[in-house]
Design a protein around this ligand. Structure first.
Ligand code: ZN
Length: 71
């Protein structure tokens, strides 16, 4: 199986953008928005950019999906 994820450099984003992505989250486990995430990683998968990190509260994986409008 080919891994079609392309790693991107989250830290190449502006400081403001990074802060926004780290704060504006949705955690499926907590069922709550904007708890924040840590250890962010960014990658491109099937034409969608994902920012993946850990929920600040429960350390579950949180994913932010960026549509093309957000690029
Ligand atoms: Zn959580």
């Amino acid at each position: 199986m080919k891994d079609d994820r392309t790693e991107r450099d989250f830290h190449a984003r502006s400081e403001e953008e990074q802060q926004a992505f780290l704060q504006e989250t949705w955690c499926d486990n907590c069922q709550e928005a904007n708890l924040g995430m840590k250890n962010p990683r960014e990658y491109l998968h099937k034409g969608v950019i994902f920012i993946e990190g850990e929920c600040e509260r429960c350390e579950n994986v949180v994913l932010t999906e960026l549509t093309e409008d957000d690029f």
